[in-house]
Design a protein around this ligand. Structure first.
Ligand SMILES: O=P(O)(O)OC[C@@]1(O)O[C@H](CO)[C@@H](O)[C@@H]1O
Length: 304
């Protein structure tokens, strides 16, 4: 079972505007989505659609936390959260014709004792893999991630910010930075695919068995001890990109879970990500077409 941990979940409020934002004008829209979000929660949503057994955990509080619980119940996603006293945050994405704006709150302040509660809760579920995703709320530092990773016999996957990646000390089976996080984690330039590849190889040596890097419209990289692969992204119409990295990670984890080849692992990730960005918000109805989309992904070995 793959268990996900979101230490700083959010309601994702996604708005679509038909005109660019103008300073001083009121922008009006009829279209919006309110989704349960945060990186670990998103990963569990996509894993469930991919047929992988998953439970989502983390910290929730207040009426926004209750909204997320209800959404997860409606979507049939198993969940078990530690309750915190302050309200879970609400993050906003504005999709305008000329730009995409994303505004994330820092989230509620929590006490570091919640990590002990979480380790007990995770142990009760006895997962094979724990995925820790997203930012840390005020009150926690990067040590919380290492403690979760070392809290039991599970293997741990991380999708956290670049500065956090650089400071982690535990052993991780996989991390999924984007190109900005790769640069921040390594201090190396990440302007080209070759530079991203070098940075991913350097990051691997810091304690990550595999690095899967999402490179936006350019594609994605998979770097393990003996394999370096690059996948071009699929040519699709993008509604918004929120959750694209989580979708990539879900596809990768689902394919690893069933023992697929590295090529298939990467193409599955790219396919789930492509499928997600064609839909507004972070929720998808189904992922039935992923195997077919994965067949269309072009993989390059040892890219320059
Ligand atoms: O502020 P964080 O924790 O880094 O990211 C949170 C977030 O932007 O990540 C998800 C998309 O990846 C969204 O569901 C959510 O709003």
């Amino acid at each position: 079972m793959i268990l996900t941990v979101t230490l700083n979940p959010a309601i994702d409020h996604t708005l679509a505007l038909s005109e660019p934002l103008v300073d001083g004008d009121v922008a009006r829209t009829g279209e919006y989505e309110l989704n349960s979000g945060g990186k670990g929660i998103n990963v569990s949503q996509y894993l469930r659609h991919l047929g992988v057994e998953t439970t989502t955990t983390g910290l929730l509080g207040g009426m926004t936390g209750e909204f997320i619980r209800n959404e997860l119940d409606e979507d049939g996603i198993a969940h078990d959260f530690v309750e915190v006293s302050e309200r879970t945050r609400l993050n906003t994405t504005i999709s305008a014709p000329d730009a995409e704006y994303k505004i994330n709150h820092h989230g509620p302040t929590v006490d570091e004792s919640v990590i002990d509660e979480l380790i007990d809760l995770i142990s009760d579920h006895d997962p094979e893999v724990v995925v820790i995703g997203g930012s840390l709320p005020p009150g926690l530092d990067v040590d919380a991630i290492d403690r979760l990773a070392e809290g039991g016999p599970w293997e741990t996957v991380v999708d956290v910010g670049g500065e956090s990646l650089a400071e982690l000390d535990a052993q991780y089976s996989l991390c999924k930075p984007n190109e900005v996080e790769l640069a921040a984690a390594t201090g190396m330039p990440c302007e080209t695919i070759a530079e991203c590849r070098e940075a991913a190889q350097a990051l691997r040596e810091q304690g990550f068995d595999r690095v899967v890097a999402s490179l936006g419209a350019a594609g994605a990289l998979y770097v393990s001890e003996d394999t370096v692969l690059f996948a071009e992204s699929l040519d699709i119409d993008v509604a918004d990109t929120v959750g694209a990295g989580d979708a990539l990670l879900s596809g990768v984890l689902a394919a690893l879970h069933t023992g697929e080849s590295p090529e298939r692992v990467l193409s599955y990730g790219v396919a789930v990500s492509a499928r997600l960005v064609t839909t507004a918000g972070t929720v998808v109805d189904h992922l039935d077409d992923v195997p077919e989309l994965a067949d269309r992904v072009r993989i390059v070995e040892d890219p320059d």
